[in-house]
Design a protein around this ligand. Structure first.
Ligand code: FES
Ligand SMILES: [Fe+2]
Length: 368
């Protein structure tokens, strides 16, 4: 795996896409939830929210409520389900000394250990050590926190490693970044259309005029490489635009010189852009077979000029918003039920790889 994708000629034949039913059949989403989203690393929140001992956040992964907390020993992830009779133990986010279940007050420490239960001293054989909240694999990466519902999930560093190398080669310093803003995209489309839209730039010249004016989105300007779960893409700025104060969408002076658009299957897309230290995380989750919630989370160093941040985020929010109607139109086309498969051109061979990983997972033969 190289950290910078090399340009390569994209020639070859048309390739059939996955059938439309994979994007419209709720039974497929049910399998994907179990075989993909419950078995991979998922981005759940930021380290900023877990800065001090006692800080915690709650969220839901697939259908499982989870808690992520910080104790003096580090960051913990647990299933947010009481070992007494299944109530959720915590809600929202904040800072606490312990998690007291609102139903009958069984109380758990920040690492999930059961520390108290009313009247437990009257109960024979009540061994608190046997009833902790169920622990989950957790990983901290720069300013981000990841959790997996699968105790057997592979090592986090193996999953993120090639993308981390690509971002570091682009001069991103993960350690000093903090989150500034979340932009939410409510998309009436299947999550795979969202991913596939991200994984090709064949549409950029057609659908992203400002982006294509600022970066080289031509066939050879936009490079990509795939390996296992990793997708690495980058494009260079059109210098005459990006470094012309009057024409540039934002002021791009700084140590980062490329636009890196990476991806780790199934749903994590870190990007960086020319200028000062920055990271834009695109993540998304299916909420129904034909509906996806996407997020742009913007990270910068603390000392970045607020005007630069504002212009940068406005530029990229616009690019993100341009994709939504395209995705929704594809979903309507798939739902028509009259066309079985589409065709991929050679410039879309990242999608071919994405569809292979996804199909293998659905049919139970994925090597995760
Ligand atoms: S369900 Fe939590 S204490 Fe009873
Ligand atoms: Fe796009």
């Amino acid at each position: 795996m190289t950290t910078h994708a090399e340009p390569r000629p994209r020639t070859g034949a048309l390739v059939e896409t996955l059938p439309a039913s994979y994007y419209t059949d709720p039974a497929i989403l049910e399998i994907e939830q179990k075989e993909i989203f419950a078995k991979t690393w998922q981005y759940v929140g930021t380290v900023d929210a877990l800065a001090k001992p006692g800080d915690y956040i709650t969220t839901t992964l697939v259908d499982t409520p989870i808690i992520v907390s910080r104790s003096r020993d580090g960051v913990h992830a647990m299933v947010n389900v009481c070992r007494h009779r299944f109530s959720e133990v915590a809600s929202g986010c904040g800072n606490t000394r312990a998690f007291k279940c609102p139903y009958h007050a069984w109380t758990y420490g920040l690492d999930g250990t059961l520390v108290g239960a009313p009247r437990s001293e009257q109960i024979d054989d009540f061994d608190k050590s046997q009833l902790p909240l169920t622990k989950l694999p957790v990983a901290v990466w720069g300013p981000l926190v990841f959790v997996s519902l699968d105790p057997q999930v592979g090592a986090f560093q193996d999953w993120i490693g090639p993308v981390e190398a690509s971002l570091r080669a682009a001069n991103v310093k993960l350690e000093s970044l903090t989150m500034r803003k979340r932009t939410t995209f409510d998309i009436a489309g299947n999550w795979k259309i969202v991913a596939e839209n991200y994984l090709e730039c064949y549409h950029c010249l057609v659908a992203h005029p400002n982006y294509s004016r600022t970066f080289d989105t031509s066939a050879l300007g936009y490079t990509f490489a795939t390996d296992a779960h990793t997708f690495i893409s980058n494009t260079a700025p059109q210098d005459r635009v990006l470094h012309d104060a009057a024409a540039a969408p934002y002021k791009a002076e700084g140590p980062i010189g490329v636009n890196q658009n990476d991806y780790v299957w199934p749903n994590f897309a870190p990007m960086t852009w020319p200028g000062q230290n920055n990271l834009l995380i695109y993540s998304f989750r299916p909420t129904a077979v034909d509906h996806t919630i996407g997020y742009f989370d913007y990270f910068f160093d603390p000392d970045v000029d607020p005007d630069v941040e504002r212009d940068f985020m406005a530029f990229l929010d616009e690019v993100g918003a341009e994709d939504v109607p395209l995705i929704e139109s594809v979903q309507r086309g798939m739902a028509s039920g009259l066309i079985d498969t589409g065709r991929l051109v050679p410039d879309e061979n990242q999608i071919e790889h994405f569809q292979k990983l996804t199909k293998d997972a659905i049919h139970g033969s994925s090597a995760r």
